[in-house]
Design a protein around this ligand. Structure first.
Ligand code: ADP
Ligand code: ZN
Length: 621
């Protein structure tokens, strides 16, 4: 940035076009600009980037940003250049010429921000280069990658401890959206940030609506959800296996939903293209394994769906957190069923780790299952898992439509005593399907073969449907009243807790499974759209002519983004276009008051935007 700025507020307004800081942003920026170290824990979409970008502009020299996301550096740099920030990157995907150009720019003091991959930063040549220039600060993005027990460990991150020794006077700021205490601790120690100030934000994402429903016919449920609630919008569907990503994507395409698979087994070129299309297009659905999503800061992902049960709340929260980074309403939707529990328990049983490792996995899974089965607020459940308290949120399925519960004690006793009886036979492995047949008195070949119609529990559960019994089995497994054998056959067994149920010492309240809850009304969504001091206008608040102008502006934006080869949201966010549509500015001055329009964007797009507004006025009058 050739101009020099005096205050953080000035940068916020003139460069980024925003009128106020959010959460801890102002405090972090103040602390780091003053030369202090910082650890910043903020949820996805909380606004971490400004915390290092603004101090980099205010301090002399270049801000060096360490990021593991090489594939995304170009996009990040493009977006910064759009607002007039002089940004560049160094990574292994550049050729020699590009790299030397970048190095020259850094040495001449022509860079505000330089993105570097951790492996490149720790090379002696890079260190020698950096020592010859002036560094404003080091920002360590995705800092949880330093945690060996976390889910994104990158060995290269461990070497970053050297920054403290080589540049003891340069401030360092570590940022992450991973909230657990253990990760926080590890970041502090491994990056030598003992003297850093800690900024820990609430991890609540109020604009995301959390919903978990019982699996019935999952593809039908998924397509209905997308078609009804998010037609034409961008979203991510997570599934556990590579094969399933392909299958689900194909099925979505058959129903007219544009969808592509993404997993680590695809060749890099295909992966890159899929990612690029996801960023550039407005309505693409990517069906992915967990390999997709980290660091993708596409702000307008409107939903994240899970068609398989995630392994932990940490993973689930991080994945769902990729929805709605722009703060506008978004949905986290999941379908989950008995098979998910069986599959995950089996995977833990078969995993190669030691007993302690398996115990950890089991604890993670149990917490996830408790979230799925809770009849209380989902958000309360998750936030309390991260050590945070909140009131019932009013924007999750259980708050909006309190699930009915029923006394499942008798049903549980019937089921558990059948399990005990079968267990006595020991010769054979019977799955849950056979158990349910016995309870419902269904005459099958298998039942005859084993004379199971002579069991005392034969037919005593005919009052419940097959689906209801599956719900009972699932919930007893989730509650821990039953367990699966770990011999690879997943035979059901009764646990100590289950024996308490059989003895009548433990009650079994169960939730009534409701498949396909009605779509949540706009009213309830509106209530939870986060309050903002600025000009954020909810979609449903636009009048008809304003909505038409909004669509015209979107069409203009798409053209513009193609001409400039950047994603539409890099030109302007939806919220900015909506504010333009609602206020219909007629001069550049009026336009500049709208949130998201800084000096550079005003210069590049101002006249064109005013022209769209004028032509819409002409056509409506
Ligand atoms: P994170 O890295 O924490 O996930 P980002 O830094 O990408 O979040 O910010 C999320 C979105 O919020 C971005 O689109 C960003 O431009 C916007 N944003 C950040 N800070 C502000 C602010 N103070 N006012 C308005 N918008 C903001
Ligand atoms: Zn709730």
């Amino acid at each position: 940035m050739p101009a020099t700025y005096r205050t953080a507020e000035e940068v916020l307004r003139t460069v980024f076009g925003y009128d106020s800081f959010r959460g801890h942003q102002a405090a972090v920026i103040d602390h780091v600009t003053g030369g202090g170290d910082a650890i910043v824990l903020m949820p996805t979409g909380g606004g971490k980037s400004l915390c290092y970008q603004i101090p980099s502009l205010l301090r002399p020299g270049t801000g060096v940003v360490v990021s593991p996301l090489i594939a995304l550096m170009q996009d990040q740099v493009d977006a910064l250049r759009q607002v007039g920030i002089r940004a560049g990157f160094l990574n292994s995907m550049q050729d020699y010429g590009q790299r030397t150009d970048m190095e020259q720019a850094f040495l001449s003091g022509d860079l505000d921000l330089l993105y570097v991959s951790p492996e490149r930063l720790t090379m002696p040549a890079t260190q020698a280069l950096l020592e010859r220039g002036e560094i404003a600060l080091f920002a360590i993005d995705e800092a949880h990658c330093v945690s060996q027990w976390g889910h994104d460990f990158r060995p290269d991150y461990l070497a970053l401890s050297m920054l403290a020794e080589v540049w003891p006077t340069v401030p360092r700021i570590a940022l992450t959206a991973t909230a657990t205490q253990a990760t926080h601790q590890e970041i502090t120690e491994r990056l030598h940030l003992e003297d850093a100030k800690h900024f820990v934000s609430s991890f609540d994402r109020p604009n995301i609506q959390y919903r978990i429903e019982a699996k019935d016919s999952v593809m039908k449920q998924l397509t209905t959800f997308i078609q009804r609630e998010h037609p034409g919008q961008a979203g991510i569907v997570y599934t556990l296996t590579r094969a399933n990503t392909e299958k689900v994507a194909a099925t979505l395409r058959e129903t007219g939903i544009p969808a592509l698979p993404y997993h680590a087994g695809l060749d890099p070129r295909t992966r890159h293209n899929t990612q690029a299309r996801f960023l550039a297009e407005e309505g693409l659905v990517v069906v992915a394994t967990i390999a997709f999503g980290m660091g993708i800061d596409k702000p307008d992902v409107r939903f994240v769906a899970h068609v398989d049960l995630p392994k932990s709340i940490e993973g689930y929260y991080q994945e769902t957190g990729r929805a709605g980074r722009d703060g506008e309403p978004a949905t986290a939707w999941m379908a989950y069923g008995l098979n998910d529990v069986v599959q995950q328990r089996r995977m833990i049983g078969e995993s190669t780790g030691d007993e302690a490792h398996k115990r950890r996995l089991t604890i993670h899974l149990n917490a996830m299952l408790a979230l799925c089965e809770t009849v209380e607020c989902r958000r309360q459940n998750m936030l309390s898992y991260f050590g945070e308290a909140c009131e019932p949120c009013g924007n999750c399925d259980t708050c909006l439509d309190t699930p009915a519960t029923w006394d499942g004690t008798q049903a549980a006793q019937k089921l558990l005593s059948t399990v005990v009886r079968l267990d006595r036979e020991r010769r054979q492995h019977f799955g849950s399907g056979h158990l349910i047949d016995i309870l419902r008195g269904v005459d099958t070949v298998r039942v005859r073969q084993w004379n199971h119609d002579s069991l005392s529990t034969w037919g005593i559960g005919a009052d419940l449907t097959d689906a209801q019994w599956r719900g009972v089995v699932r919930q007893l497994l989730a509650r821990g009243d039953m367990a699966l054998s770990t011999d690879g056959h997943s035979t059901l067994g009764v646990t100590e807790l289950g024996w308490e149920v059989l003895r009548g010492n433990r009650e079994v309240p169960l939730r009534e499974d409701v498949v396909r809850k009605a779509a949540v009304t706009t009213e309830s969504r509106k209530a939870r759209t986060p309050k903002s001091t600025s000009t954020v206008i909810a979609a449903q608040d636009l009048s008809e002519p304003d909505a038409a102008l909004f669509e015209a502006l979107r069409a203009w934006r798409l053209e513009e983004s193609r001409t400039r080869s950047v994603p539409p949201y890099v030109v302007f966010h939806d919220s900015t276009l909506r504010a333009i549509a609602a206020t219909r500015p007629t001069t550049l001055d009026e336009l500049s008051l709208i949130s998201g329009i800084g000096a550079m964007k005003l210069e590049n797009y101002g006249e064109a935007v005013l022209a769209v507004v004028v032509s819409s006025d002409d056509s409506t009058t």
